[in-house]
Structure formats: structure tokens, C-alpha cells
Design a protein around this ligand. Structure first.
Ligand SMILES: O=C(O)CCC(=O)C(=O)O
Ligand SMILES: [Fe+2]
Length: 258
């Protein structure tokens, strides 16, 4: 566990004690860890399971505001988005150092947050089944990820409904930066009613800056995901989300031989 703390600190800096982010601190109350210095996150990060979709888990507290700034600076330093006409960059194989650090942090986070000191069981999940955050067979593969996409979305821009290409293995990680957004999931084989409308409602997932979304199994193969940032489509708790630029990083692993 110490390795994990050292890693995330080296990669993205300390947790931001002085960020003045009261909401974040409020969210973190009620922890069973009382000594904040115990974790660089100030807390064992919590996972939210999206109950309607198997294989979808969200960690809102993955990166603190300071760590988000450091990561964003590294992305911008790549120079991918200096020309306003460029809004997407892909890398295969040798990823930039910051992306490898991010991968390592994701692996360590999953291991750390599912570590049960009572049972001394360090395997990923007590149930390495459909309810787990990320199955150990994916978590322990080498490398965990070898492909990245960085997306930079201006207000109003999003991504159409899709299932990620089959040339990528199962197990995808998505990190959100800057603007919050709602990503909608719809079942791929969703039946369509006679009037052309989908019978099942889309499932909204609220992606806040610094969050990590893990997508595997049914969520990866049986559900499409999309972000529609046109006016009227980005609502959470009945309120239209104020849009800014949004940057995201998607990490995946290419299928063998692709
Ligand atoms: O920008 C996002 O959060 C999603 C990106 C995505 O779905 C993809 O890269 O396949
Ligand atoms: Fe995608």
C-alpha cells in the first residue's frame, strides 16, 4: 500500500489540503480512516457501482484538484491541442510517462480500495465475478493499457453513441478533466418500439473532473456510451450543467496481434 501512496504522490502531487474545496472535504467525511495523512487521497476512494449496468464503476475522488491540474498540464505539454482544429490524439504502444504513471495509479487504486485487511486477502475482489470493480485477470495483465486517446471537447461538442472497437480488449478506463458532463449508456440490442423510440431509458452517468470510470464486461460489450453536449441534453438533478472545455483520457489495451 505504501507503494501506491508514493506512486500517486510522485505522479500527481500531494492531496490538496489548501485547495479550499469544501465540497470535496464534505464528501470525504464519514470515513473509517480518521487520520487523513494515512492516504494521499485523505481517504480510501469510494467506488460507485452503476446498478443497472454490470461492469461499470465510478470513482469520483480519483484525482484531487491539484493532481488534475498536474495531469492537464502534462497533456497540454504534448502539444496535441495547440492547433484549435485538433481535438483528438491517439497513442499506441509506448505511452507518454504520465500515461504509464496513470495506469500504474489505476491498478494500485483498484488493488488498494478492494484490499481487505481483515481477511488479509489482497486479490482484487472478494467476488471476482460480475459485481467486482475490475476482474483480476484484466487488472494483472501486462501492460494494463497500451493505447490512449486524449479528447478535447469545446462546449456543445460530445461523442456519438458507440461501443469501443473490438480491436481493443475488455477493460477500459476513462479519466475526466475540466468540465463535468453526463455520459449516457444505452443497451446495444435495445428493442425499438413501433414509433421508433427506444423501449429502455438511457442510463445517465455523471462524470465529474478527476473521476475515473471503469468499463468492462457487459458495460463494454453490451452497452453503447455517448455524450451529447447540445443544449438541453446535459442535465443533472434537473439543472443544466454549465459547460466549459472538457478533456478526457481513455486508456485501453489492444488485442494481441492488432
Ligand atoms: O470523452 C469521453 O469521456 C469518452 C471517450 C470515448 O468514449 C472513447 O474514447 O471511446
Ligand atoms: Fe468510447
Amino acid at each position: 500500500m505504501d507503494d501506491y501512496k508514493t506512486l500517486i504522490r510522485q505522479a500527481f502531487g500531494d492531496s490538496s489540503e489548501d485547495s479550499g474545496d469544501d465540497d470535496r472535504h464534505r464528501q470525504l467525511e464519514g470515513s473509517h480512516i480518521t487520520d487523513e495523512s494515512e492516504s494521499v487521497f485523505g481517504e480510501i476512494p469510494k467506488w460507485e457501482r452503476i446498478s443497472e449496468i454490470k461492469g461499470l464503476s465510478l470513482c469520483r475522488d480519483f484525482l484531487t484538484p491539484d493532481q488534475q491540474s498536474t495531469l492537464l498540464a502534462s497533456i497540454l505539454q504534448e502539444g496535441w491541442f495547440t492547433d484549435a482544429s485538433h481535438n483528438q490524439a491517439m497513442r499506441f504502444g509506448d505511452l507518454p510517462a504520465w500515461a504509464n504513471e496513470l495506469s500504474t495509479c489505476i491498478r494500485e487504486l483498484i488493488q488498494y480500495s478492494t484490499y481487505d485487511p481483515e481477511s488479509m486477502d489482497t486479490s482484487n475482489c472478494e467476488m471476482d465475478g460480475e459485481d467486482c470493480t475490475f476482474p483480476s485477470k484484466l487488472l494483472n495483465r501486462e501492460p494494463l493499457f497500451n493505447q490512449l486517446i486524449a479528447n478535447s471537447y469545446q462546449p456543445g461538442e460530445g461523442i456519438c453513441a458507440h461501443v469501443d472497437l473490438m480491436r481493443f480488449e475488455d477493460g477500459i478506463a476513462l479519466i475526466s478533466l475540466e468540465s463535468s458532463c453526463v455520459m449516457h449508456f444505452s443497451r446495444f440490442e435495445n428493442e425499438v418500439a413501433a414509433n421508433g423510440k427506444q423501449l429502455e431509458p438511457k442510463i445517465p452517468v455523471y462524470l465529474t473532473p478527476g473521476s475515473l470510470l471503469l468499463i468492462w464486461g457487459e458495460a463494454r460489450y453490451r452497452w453503447q456510451h455517448e455524450i451529447n453536449r447540445k443544449p438541453g441534453f446535459q442535465k443533472w438533478d434537473g439543472q443544466e450543467i454549465m459547460q466549459k472545455r472538457r478533456t478526457s483520457i481513455t486508456l485501453r489495451k489492444l488485442c494481441h496481434g492488432k
